[in-house]
Design a protein. Structure first.
Length: 308
């Protein structure tokens, strides 16, 4: 009967060894700053504002552990963006998550990317300086603007996933990506692994496919190619562990204090499995299989508790 304690000991060692933060607070707060930039004409102004407001509505419906600041219209100035991010920097803790969503137009002059705002524009370098002051260890920037690919170099950090609508600063036409990113948070189909959590990676893949289909259906040359920079060395794992939205029974369970610990444990175990798979090539086969078995067993037990 010593197998269970042995498995538990093995699991604790494994989770500690691969860096899962077991001591992290349950359901850390997610801070979100959404900016609808300068449209330049009424159609874009209305579209950007509507998308920003819809994103706020979707995220608020997901649960109580999110604090949202939405800047639109004449109020979406560089000073307002700076104040909003500084506000997050003053409240967020290392265990929290931070999302910056940019909807609008961008420009690239061959040297510097800028996000178009009423008044002075916001450069990628200035944006990075603001974000570097936010202590949240897990950060996500979704830049849905034209020329947004040029912002990656300035924004990329090991703990920051950067998603852009375009692959470079030379893709300067208005983009469709933001529309499909928001659609990913409405459509259950975005939850491809059916765990009732839409991760940033799943939302990206959904929006990327929809963006591609948009140009193909309309028989137009694609003027945007979405990209994801997941940070190093974890790559896509960082995006996969950033929960954008909880849906269905998981959303309901998030309101139940008795279930919240189980949900956190499940997310930690799923992350541990992803990280173990990344190490597979460098591990003896038997060791990999033993550790994977331990994780899968505990994951099954945790899911069974959640399903009760």
């Amino acid at each position: 009967m010593a197998a269970a304690p042995e498995l538990g000991c093995c699991l604790r060692l494994l989770l500690t060894g691969i860096g899962v933060l077991i001591a992290a607070p349950l359901f850390a707060t997610t801070y979100c700053v959404t900016v609808a930039g300068l449209g330049g004409e009424p159609d874009y102004e209305q579209r950007f504002t509507a998308q920003a407001n819809e994103l706020e509505k979707l995220l608020k419906a997901a649960g109580p552990d999110i604090q949202i600041t939405t800047l639109t219209g004449a109020g979406a100035t560089k000073a307002a963006v700076k104040a909003a991010i500084e506000g997050v920097a003053g409240k967020a803790k290392a265990g929290d998550d931070f999302l910056l969503m940019l909807i609008g137009h961008g420009t690239f002059d061959g040297t510097e990317y800028k996000f178009n705002l009423p008044g002075p524009d916001l450069s990628g370098t200035e944006m990075a300086t603001m974000l570097d002051r936010v202590p949240a260890a897990r950060q996500l920037v979704v830049n849905g603007s034209s020329a947004s690919g040029a912002s990656v170099h300035a924004l990329q950090r090991p703990n920051r996933t950067v998603i852009t609508a375009t692959k470079s600063g030379t893709e300067k036409n208005a983009t469709a990506f933001s529309r499909y990113w928001i659609e990913a948070l409405r459509d259950p189909a975005a939850d491809t692994d059916k765990n009732e959590v839409v991760s940033a990676l799943e939302a990206f893949k959904f929006a990327e496919a929809k963006t591609k289909a948009f140009y193909e259906t309309n028989k137009r040359l694609a003027t945007e190619h979405p990209t994801l920079d997941g940070g190093e060395p974890q790559g896509p794992v960082n995006a996969g562990r950033f929960a954008m939205l909880r849906i269905g029974s998981i959303q309901k369970a998030a309101q139940d204090p008795a279930k919240r610990a189980l949900l956190t444990k499940r997310e930690e175990l799923e992350l541990a499995i992803d990280q173990l798979k990344l190490q597979k090539a460098a591990m003896p086969t038997d060791q990999y299989r033993r550790q994977l078995q331990v994780l899968l067993l505990d994951l099954a037990k945790t899911q069974a508790e959640l399903d009760k």
